[in-house]
Ligand binder design. Structure first.
Ligand code: BG6
Length: 478
């Protein structure tokens, strides 16, 4: 019916983030980040931000999967699968342990030099996020995180150091991971990981979010400008957590609500791409008196620092109903959510919707007319290790197969301009949301459990060999 192969040069690969796998949290001069003071959680229990390292607590990111010492072995396995690219982040706290120093930490810079060299040895292109839920703890405790304008300077200094140092080793960059997560501003975990904000009693959370996000967007735009000056060949993208948003019924009030939810979630990428705030949001902010601190210079920076592409994660879609909240009363998007009865869910209650990915690729193309990059997609699942050590993860293959198939339709039939596909957690790692190891996404199994026990030995799951075949055939064999 259509050509299932992806275009030549398509970036097949996998994605991770520094704090979820590197470990070595206090090695070679690294400072603590917010992720280093997050306890382990579970499906029933949230992770807790303890503000400092407390004795007797289990902090799963301290060791991760010790990628810091295993990266050569792991990159070799990625190469065996045929990866063309590898998405990870640079831990800000390896380069600036506290975040506000004048000079970077050479040992931290050297680690990423070695890591990128190792990737290039196998022809694997690094794809790098600068800010992925790992803000230096010191910036939270001393400055209040992104609520403080000073963070723009600290972040751009960090970005500049990275751009200069890796200008011939890294071409693809992203500034802020899933910047739109904080549209759920009542969620303390998301506000802490996104913006380093720990709410005070009685604080207006929504107001804090809009101000912090503004500083982040200015910092991102400045980084884009600086990056392009350092190397005009850089491709610098934004990164959003994309969910296709459906009205619960065809009732006009549901449709209007779905539109409003999308506007309140994707205004972040509107600013990244268009260099200005969308009209409806400007009206809303004015009405509420939020985002008081915005200057003419900020607006100029936003216009000048627009992104080259849109990186996004896709895990699930979102369905909203106006009998819960109507479009005009909407503040917190989570209040509008309902379960979509047509969709199955994962063990962690995430709705599985492969067609939503095709819908999203089209929706983002229509809204932005920019190249797209799927930089996360996947399903967290419990894996069972058989007596002979094999792992038959047919459910993971099924999930990915269906999503890749919809992605291929979007490219071959709908004309979407897609740069690449990097499924999340290509090697098992610490879950961001729950801190668990047993919520696994990988093609590569890592022997470690939620209690932190295990040998850290790596082994290939069935999905490893399946994905190897997908890449080899450039998407033709699913
Ligand atoms: C995205 C993040 O939200 O989803 C990743 O960018 C995260 O850091 C991934 O790990 C999956 O979420 P979780 O909670 O299952 O780890």
């Amino acid at each position: 019916m259509f050509e299932t192969k992806m275009p030549n040069g398509f970036l097949w690969g996998g994605a991770v983030a520094a704090h979820q796998l590197e470990g070595a949290w206090n090695v070679d001069g690294k400072g603590p980040s917010v992720a280093d003071v997050m306890t382990v959680g579970s499906t029933e229990k949230d992770r807790e931000f303890t503000g400092k390292v407390l004795p007797g607590e289990n902090y799963p990111n301290h060791e991760g999967i010790d990628f810091y010492h295993h990266y050569k072995e792991d990159i070799k396995l990625f190469a065996e699968m045929g990866f063309k690219c590898f998405r990870t982040s640079i831990a800000w706290t390896r380069i600036f342990p506290n975040g506000d120093e004048e000079e970077p930490n050479e040992a931290g810079l050297k680690f990423y030099d070695d890591l990128f060299d190792e990737c290039h040895k196998y022809g694997i292109e690094p794809v790098i996020t600068l800010h992925h839920f790992e803000i230096p703890l010191h910036l939270v405790n001393k400055y209040g995180g992104w609520e403080n304008r000073k963070l723009i300077d600290f972040f751009t200094r960090f970005a500049k150091v990275c751009f200069k140092r890796y200008k011939s080793k890294v071409k693809y960059w992203m500034t802020f991971n899933e910047i739109d997560n904080q549209a759920s501003f009542n969620n303390p975990f998301l506000m802490c990981t996104n913006s380093g904000i720990v709410f005070k009693e009685g604080q207006n959370r929504e107001a804090a979010m809009y101000q912090a996000a503004h500083y982040e967007l200015v910092a991102s735009a400045l980084a884009v400008k600086i990056g392009h000056e350092i190397n005009p060949d850089f491709k610098i993208g934004c990164m959003i957590n994309y969910a296709s948003i459906y009205p619960a019924t065809c009732k006009p009030s549901d449709c209007l609500l779905a539109q409003r939810v999308a506007d309140r979630r994707y205004w972040f990428s509107d600013v990244h791409v268009n260099g200005e705030y969308p009209e409806e949001l400007e009206m809303y902010l004015k009405r509420k008196g939020y985002r008081q601190d915005i200057t003419e210079e900020d607006r100029q920076v936003l216009r000048e620092g627009t992104v080259d592409y849109i990186g996004f994660s896709y895990y699930a879609s979102m369905t909203v109903a106006s009998d819960k909240v109507d479009a005009d009363s909407l503040t917190d998007l989570d209040e509008a959510k309902v379960h979509n009865e047509y969709l199955p869910t994962t063990a962690w209650h995430w709705e599985i919707d492969p067609e939503g990915l095709r819908y999203g690729l089209n929706w983002l193309t229509d809204r932005y007319h920019k190249p797209l990059f799927i930089v996360e997609n996947g399903m967290g699942a419990y894996d069972k290790v058989e007596a002979d050590g094999s792992i038959h993860d047919e459910y993971r293959i099924d999930y990915l197969r269906k999503h890749i198939s919809e992605m291929e339709k979007a490219v071959a039939l709908d004309g979407v301009n897609l740069m690449g596909y990097t499924p999340w957690g290509c090697i098992d790692l610490v879950s961001a949301g729950t801190g668990q190891m047993d919520k696994r996404y990988g093609f590569i199994y890592v022997d470690k459990n939620d209690k932190g026990e295990g040998t850290l030995a790596r082994s290939r799951k069935d999905s490893f060999f399946w994905y190897q075949k997908v890449i080899k055939s450039n998407g033709a064999e699913l």
